[in-house]
Design a protein around this ligand. Structure first.
Ligand code: NAD
Length: 473
């Protein structure tokens, strides 16, 4: 068991590593240059992966949960052991700094380990003199797993580990921008699970829609943008597939005047710009109380000036490039929209290129209805917004079609809790960078998603209830 980093990238179908007839290039965003080729799955490859997953399903479903748990724990161990070796490939395809790449791989391992611990309960819904009703949670069948390019491995931990624990089999499709480490994962886990239980395929823009329509897939577990999530739902409607959708966000951070700025300014900076701001739960609008606005703005600017942006493989780099050219264009376009409206900006340094770099950009109190406030940037451009009343800031934070997460920075625990309860989001972090845990449900409210991941809820998403009614006497 292991991976051969010098070998060509192949797909895992029915326990075999296979080539596709065609390949597509994968670009290193720090150099804006292709550095590897990934298999471009055909319709026949997709059919073969789904057929293998369907064949493997009955035996995996009927495997005792303790044995399934054992295989998932073995996977967690195997993943952890390759974190150092695989991190440079992750940086080359995704862009982030090497240490952060290692953490992403370790996070995937941690999720496999944590999700494996859950039980699938049998609930006794009624037990009377005449009848007993048991509610079992049974798996759905083949799960189509689709991931975005910003966090392609940790998100597999959210999806694949609970899906397998519940007794489903999976067909995994990474984003065409970041397929390589997911393909290596298939190679790594080839012998950990019976053939067909895990399948990994990669391909271009047509593969995702083909999966959403595929009659052999029972459910799609998707993370990506809200716009694509809507298309996934449309595609799934034809066969009435179940869907879990984890989508975009425009998370507000609220900073109250009682905070210790020495402590929180660096944390708020990372909450917004970690992974070059390509994080679904990054702070994307920062509401700062009037009394500390200027001070915090200037501190964030000082941190930006001292933050090294560069190639993730360079040991000095803190923030890597944007992952792709479109994301870089979008970031510059948002910055330009603020500048052309006459809003002041404060920036840090960034290399000119050839990679997809962008400077950390703080936008100084733009109008609430400007694009840079209303849209999900998913790049290092952060609007700073003044407020003075709690009711006003809550209303502004909630005035969004998104409802993914939020952060509150406040020393007074009662006030922080009161604000958190009024925010219309699936998660709120108080005095902490937004970091998900395997133990709590992660659910997007409003247009940030359908269903939830992680925690017991996240496991049950990969099951359906089945009631058995037993007449007594
Ligand atoms: P995206 O929506 O462009 O792509 C996501 C995946 O969908 C990719 O694998 C892509 O190939 C596939 N895809 C594209 N078109 C498809 C279609 N019509 N049918 C089926 N699949 C299709 O997202 P992205 O740009 O890769 O990722 C960034 C977005 O993801 C941001 O909006 C971010 O907020 C969101 N995100 C959300 C979470 C969360 O948990 N809520 C986590 C990470 C990222």
């Amino acid at each position: 068991m292991g991976i051969d980093l010098s070998s060509e990238y192949r797909m895992l179908i029915d326990g075999q590593l296979v080539r596709a007839d065609r390949t597509f290039p994968v670009i290193n965003p720090a150099l804006a240059k292709p550095f590897a080729q990934a298999p471009d799955a055909s319709d026949a490859d997709l059919d073969a992966a789904v057929a293998a997953a369907r064949r493997a399903f009955p035996a995996w479903r009927d495997t005792p949960i303790a044995q399934r748990r054992g295989a998932i724990e073995a996977a967690a161990k195997a993943i952890f052991q390759v974190a150092d070796a695989l991190a440079p490939t992750f940086t080359r395809e995704q862009g982030r700094a090497l240490a952060a790449s290692r953490m992403e791989i370790q996070a995937m391992s941690a999720w496999f380990k944590a999700m494996a611990r859950y039980d699938i309960p049998v609930e006794i819904a009624a037990d009377t003199a005449r009848t007993r009703c048991e509610v079992h949670r049974v798996p759905l069948g083949v799960i189509g797993v689709m991931t975005p390019w910003n966090s392609p491995l940790m998100l597999l931990g959210f999806k694949v580990a609970p899906a397998l624990l519940a007794g489903n089999t999976v067909v995994i499709k990474p984003s065409p921008f970041t397929p390589l480490c997911t393909l290596r994962l298939g190679e790594l886990l080839q012998a950990t699970f019976p053939p067909g239980v895990i399948n990994v395929i990669s391909g271009g823009d047509a593969l995702g829609p083909a999966m959403t329509r595929h009659p052999g897939i029972a459910k799609i577990s998707f993370t990506g943008s809200t716009a694509t999530g809507k298309r996934v739902m449309e595609g799934a409607a034809g066969t009435l597939k179940k869907v879990t959708l984890e989508l975009g966000g425009n998370d507000a951070g609220i900073v109250m005047p009682d905070v210790d700025l020495d402590t929180v300014a660096p944390q708020i900076f990372m909450a917004a710009f970690m992974n070059t701001a390509q994080v679904c739960i990054a702070t994307k609008r920062l509401y700062i109380h009037d009394a500390i606005y200027d001070d915090l703005r200037d501190r964030l600017h000082a941190i930006a000036l001292a933050t090294r942006v560069g190639d993730g493989l360079d040991g000095e780099t803190v923030l890597g490039p944007l992952q792709n050219a479109a994301q870089q264009r979008r970031t510059f376009d948002l910055i330009e929209s603020a500048v052309s409206a006459g809003v002041p900006i404060l920036q840090g340094p960034a290399p000119d290129g050839p990679g997809y770099f962008a400077p950390v950009t703080l936008v100084d109190n733009p109008p609430e209805n400007s694009r840079v406030v209303a849209e999900e940037a998913f790049g290092p451009v952060l609007p700073l917004l003044r407020f003075s009343r709690v009711d006003d800031v809550i209303a502004r934070a909630n005035a969004s079609e998104y409802g993914l997460g939020a952060t509150v920075w406040c020393k007074d625990p009662d006030l922080a809790q009161a604000i958190a309860l009024r925010l219309e989001t699936g998660s709120v972090w108080i005095n902490s960078v937004a970091i998900p845990t395997p133990y709590a449900p992660f659910a997007g409210h409003k247009q940030s998603g359908i269903g939830s991941e992680n925690g017991r809820d996240g496991v049950l998403e990969f099951t359906q209830p089945k009631a058995i009614h037993l007449a007594k006497g």
